[in-house]
Ligand binder design. Structure first.
Ligand SMILES: *[C@@H]1O[C@H](CO)[C@@H](O)[C@H](O)[C@H]1NC(C)=O
Ligand SMILES: *[C@@H]1O[C@H](CO)[C@@H](O)[C@H](O)[C@H]1NC(C)=O
Ligand SMILES: *[C@@H]1O[C@H](CO)[C@@H](O)[C@H](O)[C@H]1NC(C)=O
Ligand SMILES: *[C@@H]1O[C@H](CO)[C@@H](O)[C@H](O)[C@H]1NC(C)=O
Ligand SMILES: *[C@@H]1O[C@H](CO)[C@@H](O)[C@H](O)[C@H]1NC(C)=O
Ligand SMILES: *[C@@H]1O[C@H](CO)[C@@H](O)[C@H](O)[C@H]1NC(C)=O
Length: 617
């Protein structure tokens, strides 16, 4: 079902028949001048762990506000103000809405601060009070109760406490990141092709899985011979063409807001620097003898400081001898063996420790958290043994003390801030924050030299996927697989830069937006919203006259313009026959003026309820 249950049955029926909304003239849909404003309902309010960025820890209370009226709009003229009344809290930044169509709902935030003497983290409750300030003034609906933790207090080392953490707004706003799978597996860079293809970064595992569809076992034998072991690839993983500035400049050209390199994949070979008393299995000790993550982060901080820095980290290691007691699924522990001779092999760089989780995994995660100051801890393989509660609580508290809001994904052993669909996306809006990842390759994150260039995602593919995901509350984490020497294959650079041109031209309709709670949009339409505007995206070239039957919150007087492309800012003539009956008269110039996805902006101008209703602008 595409239309949310917020829409009434009769509206659904009317839309299904493409008919006018009701038998009454559309003008009746306008706000009535005698009205006090529609009755609002506050739904699912939460005291969050988030604070307003750049504020002095002004805590965010987040809620859905629903317009329960089936005819009347909320407009700026109502002067809606949502504040809290509580013995523990003061309202610093009241919530507001400039536009809310009948029977629709939107996300609203209220910024609060503890009253003097109320310790951050105190259990408390508050009444959320919606009021109209303009015209006749007065209540805008019933107040609602919210309870939780007042102020930005300490997380405790418990599942419940750490799971109350929410993805920070900068992450929700950032929308587009670059994932990087680069490591020893980039030396063989093999994952087969077509139906036989599978993740090239799993080379070592496939090599040990005779009969696997990638036929890596056979490929390795033919290409390198039976005596060439996986760890022998270390010397072919080099920095000959690794240019950290060029990498971060590319991510910036791509329009990305963050990036997430593999700091250690399942083969256990790390690309960062940690105490050699726990492991020496890293690029610091072997191959290029270099701290790649440190160099990459330093380049980003220097040359592209707007980029947020994430760290992919594999919780288990396939063949680490210390992992043996935890053996499960694909992760059996080591030492590894040669699949052709059965000989037991050295796990290069292994240091004898007591316990994998306590002595390797946890200290490595702490290194990424405190020494590399990761913004996003992107764990892999949820369900594997971990110490996440005792890792996360002090880390979140430390980050807060430094004024930083950090995030962690759903694969660290806890629910996490955001879910992580892999090589798939959600067909519907999902309210819990999510981030979909995939490679530019048809089915590999790591570089697969066998993939022909014409199988990689193009700028158009990337753009359409991004718009689709963002319209449903997701972020898009698009993966590249650099080659063994640190060069980024041309075909990947081209796709990223092509998409980047579109993204930069249409950024206002992508970044810092929220999904439209009514519907993710029936193909080929998608929608995004901000507090000042509503954006309509058409995947692919639109017709010269574009009719939209979904109940977009347009009102006569609003300014409708083109976003991006050669016609950026151009006014679009519209006709409007009531909600669910909006037609954009684009004409040839606008249709020819863009590529990939065409975007139109409805800027809320109509704030005056007494404005005469013109049915055709
Ligand atoms: C508040 O939290 C609940 C439970 O996690 C969630 O279902 C709801 O969507 C949240 N409300 C908002 C406005 O995000
Ligand atoms: C090492 O890389 C070179 C390309 O620079 C390649 O020709 C060679 O086959 C690679 N050797 C191994 C063992 O991967
Ligand atoms: C790794 O860290 C150690 C200890 O801080 C330092 O001496 C060494 O130079 C670092 N190595 C690299 C490659 O950054
Ligand atoms: C930390 O990991 C160790 C080893 O797996 C485990 O015994 C211990 O219970 C874990 N501690 C917590 C708090 O999760
Ligand atoms: C989305 O739809 C596709 C095609 O119908 C389906 O294969 C996929 O499983 C769906 N994804 C989810 C998350 O439901
Ligand atoms: C990429 O775009 C091409 C051309 O429009 C299309 O045929 C292909 O299915 C798209 N690939 C993906 C993965 O969306």
């Amino acid at each position: 079902m595409f239309l949310s249950s917020l829409l009434t049955g009769s509206l659904l029926a009317a839309l299904a028949h493409g008919a006018a909304l009701t038998a009454e003239p559309a003008g009746d849909m306008m706000p009535r001048t005698d009205s006090r404003g529609p009755v609002l309902s506050i739904v699912a309010p939460n005291m969050t762990s988030k604070w307003l960025e750049k504020s002095d820890y002004v805590q965010i209370i987040e809620m859905f506000v629903e317009n329960t009226d089936d005819r009347e709009y909320v407009t700026a003229a109502h002067g809606l103000q949502i504040s809290v009344k509580s013995s523990s809290l003061d309202t610093l930044v009241p919530g507001t809405l400039k536009r809310l169509a009948p029977k629709q709902s939107a996300i609203v935030q209220v910024g609060v601060k503890n009253k003097p003497g109320v310790k951050p983290g105190t259990a408390c409750s508050a009444d959320i009070v919606p009021e109209y300030r303009a015209r006749h003034g007065g209540p805008a609906g019933k107040s609602a109760k919210v309870s939780g933790s007042c102020g930005i207090g300490d997380f405790e080392e418990s599942v419940q406490s750490v799971q109350s953490h929410r993805s920070p707004d900068w992450f929700n706003d950032a929308k587009y990141g670059i994932f990087i799978h680069w490591g020893v597996y980039s030396a063989p860079a093999y994952g087969n092709v077509g139906d036989k293809e599978n993740y090239a970064e799993w080379y070592w595992k496939w090599m040990n899985s005779k009969g696997d569809k990638t036929a890596t076992y056979e490929y390795h034998l033919e290409t390198y011979g039976k005596d060439f072991n996986y760890d022998d690839f270390f010397s072919n993983f080099t920095d000959k063409k690794f240019d950290p500035k060029a990498w971060v400049d590319l991510f910036s050209d791509a329009g990305a807001q963050y990036f997430v390199p593999t700091t250690k994949h399942h083969d256990g070979f790390a690309l960062f620097n940690f105490s050699e008393s726990i492991s020496r299995r890293s690029s610091v000790h072997y191959g290029p003898k270099r701290d790649f993550i440190g160099d990459l982060f330093a380049a980003a901080r220097k040359h592209q400081p707007h980029l947020r820095l994430g760290t992919y980290f594999s919780m288990p290691e396939w063949y680490n001898p210390a992992y043996k007691p935890y053996a499960k699924d694909s992760f059996l522990g080591g030492p590894p063996t040669n699949p052709y001779t059965g000989a037991e092999l050295e796990y290069t760089g292994y240091v004898d420790v007591n316990d994998f989780v306590r002595d390797i995994q946890l200290p490595q995660m702490n290194t990424l958290a405190y020494e590399y100051s990761t913004d996003i801890l992107w764990c892999d393989i949820s369900g594997s043994p971990n110490n996440m509660t005792i890792m996360a609580a002090p880390w979140l508290n430390w980050a807060r003390d430094h004024g930083r809001q950090v995030a962690f994904n759903s694969r660290c052993g806890l629910t996490g801030d955001f879910d992580t669909p892999e090589y798939t996306t959600n067909n519907e809006t999902v309210e819990h924050k999510w981030e979909s990842s995939r490679g530019m390759d048809p089915h590999s994150y790591g570089y697969n030299y066998q993939t022909p260039d014409d199988k990689y995602l193009t700028g158009e593919n990337i753009t359409r996927t991004l718009v689709d995901i963002v319209s449903k509350n997701g972020n898009f984490l698009l993966d590249i697989g650099p080659a063994h020497d640190g060069s980024i294959p041309e075909i990947m650079q081209k796709g990223l830069r092509d998409a980047g041109r579109w993204i930069k031209g249409h950024g206002e309709a992508i970044f810092n937006t929220r999904y439209w709670k009514v519907t993710p949009g029936l193909d080929p339409l998608r929608y995004t919203t901000t507090s000042d505007a509503f954006y309509i995206h058409h995947l692919g070239a639109p017709p010269a006259s574009l009719s939209i039957s979904e109940p977009v919150p347009y009102l006569p007087g609003d300014k409708v313009t083109v976003v991006g492309g050669s016609q950026h800012g151009k006014k679009v003539p519209v006709s409007w026959d009531g909600i669910g009956k909006l037609t954009l008269k684009l004409g040839d110039e606008i249709v020819k003026g863009d590529e990939y996805v065409w975007t139109f902006k409805i800027e809320y101008k109509s704030g005056d309820c007494t404005a005469p209703v013109t049915r055709n602008e």
